[in-house]
Design a binder for this molecule. Sequence first.
Ligand SMILES: Cc1cc2nc3c(=O)[nH]c(=O)nc-3n(C[C@H](O)[C@H](O)[C@H](O)COP(=O)(O)O)c2cc1C
Length: 187
Amino acid sequence: METKKAIELRRSIRKFKNEDIKKSVLEDILNCGRLAPSAKNRQPWFFVVLKQEIKDKVADLMIEYTNNNDESKEVKKLNSPSSVLPTANVIKEAPVLVLIFKEKDDNWTIGDNLSIGACVENMCLRATELGIGSLWIRDIVYVAEEVAEMLHHSDLELNCAVSFGIPNQNPLPRPRKELEDIMEWYE
Ligand SMILES: Cc1cc2nc3c(=O)[nH]c(=O)nc-3n(C[C@H](O)[C@H](O)[C@H](O)COP(=O)(O)O)c2cc1C
């Protein structure tokens, strides 16, 4: 598939078939993440692949978070968590959840975050090409510390996650701003 076709066809998928993804296919997708460019070639990512009960445990932590939404928690300062519950349900439905951890280093925050964006988009585009649906997930950030602790990775920071699976929906393209409205051109 041409790159442009994959870019045009990719959608956030939130309904998945009850079907696993082969390890070789997942490795192919992760490898495309690994090949992404990164600021200073730091490659700040570390992937943890979760399936079955341990994956569902992450979703349960998110559900628990929405149930006892503790006002005092630091994460409340981020965007509204109204989407946390629906995202947790997607995590349960998809057979695979890939967590993307990042090195803790305050000197490189912006560069490392940009690099992880490139890495995740590479994975989502390759997944599209292979007929695999994906959902890029930031809502997991509300339970980032709990998840890191559960997986013995408290030395790292959970940046985001991606659910992967065989799509069970075929969403229309979501709206985008017109190019002329987001561009200025001097020549
Ligand atoms: C960094 C990032 C974080 C996202 N986090 C979530 C999330 O936590 N839950 C969710 O349902 N969708 C999430 N999305 C998906 C967006 O809602 C989606 O990309 C957007 O609505 C456009 O739809 P499309 O991906 O189908 O083009 C995220 C997307 C990005 C790029």
